[in-house]
Design a protein around this ligand. Structure first.
Ligand code: SIN
Length: 286
């Protein structure tokens, strides 16, 4: 293992910086195991100061599992379909990437049957204003939120399954935008309200207000307030980690364990933000 590598916990419930690892050189098995262990333990880890080609970024992501091909094809990197561009940059009057990614608290792609194990975001351009970095991303531990539930509530939730749909709640209430026919072809999927992490075995609350439209076998009058209550419990301040970006960051988050939201406190053309994003495939939920 690379002896200079150091894992520095954030001081919050989740999150750590990993210093001294150079992803462009490829990693020996022991170094990767140490990164993966920190990822499993801290749920969100940031490898600082990276200088990666697209191929090197994809090769690193593949160490975590199968890299997914971007299904929102109009946001895909023009030469690497594994990479989605998350950006506010416009060229020839159109956005080069996904400008609205992560605007509400969510866990990535819970509207799929096998939601991604991990998401990696590589910071190419980070917006700044008067020396202050903009566009922070906030994470919250759904594991800590489960651990903090009263025992009676844990028992009540056991065995319940929620319905997940792309931007489902916004559509249901007529406030969603119908901007992408691909999204509308995704059928509803069911996931347990309390999900067991496939690697750590820890339990987490697995619902979000944006995507969940109901709970199987429960009237909306009961299910929707319950979903709202659970979603609020996840994003408690003491379960949060706030990531302040630096150019060259490779941030990795554990989708079964955390939720996130991206802050939009920057604007085009005053500020430029460009991230390369890769998702690593996951497994059926239980
Ligand atoms: C995302 O939710 O994938 C985007 C997060 C970010 O842009 O910070």
């Amino acid at each position: 293992m690379d002896a200079s590598m150091q894992v520095v916990p954030s001081g919050s419930a989740i999150g750590a910086d990993i210093l001294g690892a150079d992803l462009s050189r490829g990693l020996d098995a022991a170094t990767f195991r140490a990164i993966e262990a920190a990822f499993n333990e801290r749920s969100v880890v940031c490898l600082r100061d990276q200088h990666l080609t697209e191929e090197q970024f994809i090769a690193f992501a593949k160490r975590f599992g199968e890299v997914e091909i971007i299904f929102l094809t109009h946001y895909a990197h023009p030469r690497y379909p594994e990479i989605m561009l998350v950006s506010n940059i416009q060229e020839n009057g159109r956005n080069i990437g996904h400008v609205d990614a992560g605007r509400v608290w969510h866990t990535d792609m819970s509207y799929t049957a096998t939601p991604p194990r991990a998401t990696l975001l590589y910071a190419i351009d980070v917006p700044e204003e008067a020396g202050r970095v903009l566009g922070d991303t906030l994470f919250a531990s759904a594991v800590a939120a489960y651990d903090g539930l009263p025992e009676a509530m844990k028992r009540r939730l056991e065995g319940l399954r929620a319905v997940h749909r792309v931007s489902g709640r916004r559509k249901k209430t007529g406030t969603g935008k119908e901007d992408n026919p691909l999204r509308d072809r995704q059928p509803d999927v069911l996931h347990p309200v309390i999900r067991t992490h496939p690697v750590t075995g820890r339990k987490a609350i697995y619902v979000s207000e944006g995507e969940c439209t109901g709970i199987v076998g429960m009237e909306d009058a009961e299910a929707l307030p319950l979903l709202a209550d659970l979603a609020q419990r996840i994003i408690r301040k003491d379960y949060q980690y706030r990531h302040r970006w630096r150019k060259g960051d490779v941030l990795i988050w554990d989708n079964p364990a955390v939720q996130h939201i991206a802050l939009r406190d920057y604007e085009w053309p005053r500020h430029r933000r460009l991230m390369h994003r890769i998702t690593v495939g996951g497994s059926a939920t239980y």
